[in-house]
Design a protein around this ligand. Structure first.
Ligand code: FES
Ligand code: CO
Length: 344
């Protein structure tokens, strides 16, 4: 699947960046191959436009914000949040040319992030019930570009077969490679998958897991939201600690994605600090990134094309591929792929 070619993907919300990144002015972002500029308007709400001035095509992200509008850094043409040109400083008394505007995109703040949809969204931003619940604190964990496909990142996060190998020096148990099975609950927005996974719990993990036993259990209630968001709903029954991660694997272009990751914990800063939680998930995330960047970036969703072989524990990923293919077909699309990868 080449994400920039699948028009239906433009009709979903993606987390672009933490709102705090807009404190110093406008920011560029490439979403599904589309160059956009994001900034904070006068009411504090974010706005998104195509990153191209309609005067001499300069990137608006090189400009600055003034009274909630964005000012082009080249000659100062000024645009409001709808993309309309509202000022040409050299000729304040002349009429602004009809049609002098820049394309705008759906944009809103949620969960402390800027979310953008390029075309009319098919679904609202996924519901993350922990957000705003006083039992939880929210921690922005990671924001980094990965050279892989968002679908592979999603699949990997539901793949119980990789722990024993990719995370063998961490929580994975190389001598117990048999994956735990999920119970699936399909939804119109994706699916929920529940399971129990045993993990190694060395001393370095005790403050995160809240327990000291050498092997402990994770009770996972994970969710996948079409197309590239997910919940890692991890609970440690031995301690009652919740470690709930949300990711948006925001598609940049056909070869890369932005890993946007935040965490909800139901314990206190004293029991396990923000920095400890970031430091603990850092090597695990790096291990996933390292192996995912070593795969083909154009993950195939139409499994009738024999590009990859599968095993039983690939079921969550196969379900994602099928739901994506069905979604595209409902909207009159087929899968776009590199001809060279048509067959094995
Ligand atoms: Fe933007 Fe001239 S290119 S004002
Ligand atoms: Co992993």
């Amino acid at each position: 699947m080449l994400v920039t070619q699948q028009k239906t993907l433009r009709r979903f919300w993606y987390a672009l960046m933490p709102m705090s990144m807009l404190d110093d002015g406008p920011r560029p972002f490439t979403l599904l191959g589309e160059n956009i500029v994001v900034w904070k308007g006068a009411d504090g709400r974010p706005a998104a436009l195509r990153d191209r001035c309609c005067h001499r095509t300069a990137k608006l992200s090189k400009g600055f914000v003034e009274n909630g509008n964005i000012v082009c850094g080249y000659h100062g043409w000024t645009y409001d949040c709808s993309g309309a040109c509202v000022r040409i400083p050299q000729h304040p008394d002349n009429r602004i040319p009809a049609g002098a505007k820049v394309q705008s995109f759906h944009c809103q703040e949620k969960y402390g992030y800027v979310w953008v949809a390029l075309d009319d969204p098919l679904q609202p931003i996924p519901d993350f019930p922990e957000d705003g619940d006083p039992a939880y604190r929210r921690i922005l964990q990671f924001y980094e570009k990965w050279h892989t496909s968002p679908l592979r990142m999603m699949e990997n996060s539901f793949d119980n077969s990789h722990f024993s190998f990719v995370h063998k020096s961490n929580f994975g148990m190389i001598d117990r490679p048999e994956p735990s099975k999920y119970e699936f609950r399909p939804h119109e927005w994706g699916f929920e998958a529940e399971t129990h996974v045993p993990i190694r719990n060395p001393e370095a993990s005790h403050r995160v897991t809240g327990t000291t036993e050498p092997v402990t259990e994770r009770h996972l209630v994970n969710r996948w939201f079409l197309p590239f968001s997910r919940r890692f709903g991890c609970m440690y029954p031995a301690s009652g600690r919740h470690h709930i991660i949300y990711n948006c694997a925001t598609p940049i272009d056909d070869k890369s994605m932005m890993l946007v990751q935040w965490l909800y914990r139901n314990d206190s800063e004293e029991s396990c600090s923000t920095q400890e939680l970031i430091d603990w998930d850092r090597p695990i995330t790096d291990e996933d990134r390292d192996i995912l960047e070593a795969t083909d970036y154009d993950a195939c969703i139409d499994t009738r094309r024999r590009v990859e072989y599968h095993m039983e524990s690939d079921k969550p990923g196969l379900l994602m591929r099928r739901m994506l293919l069905e979604l595209f077909e409902r909207h009159g699309e087929t899968e776009a792929f590199l001809p060279a990868r048509e067959t094995l």
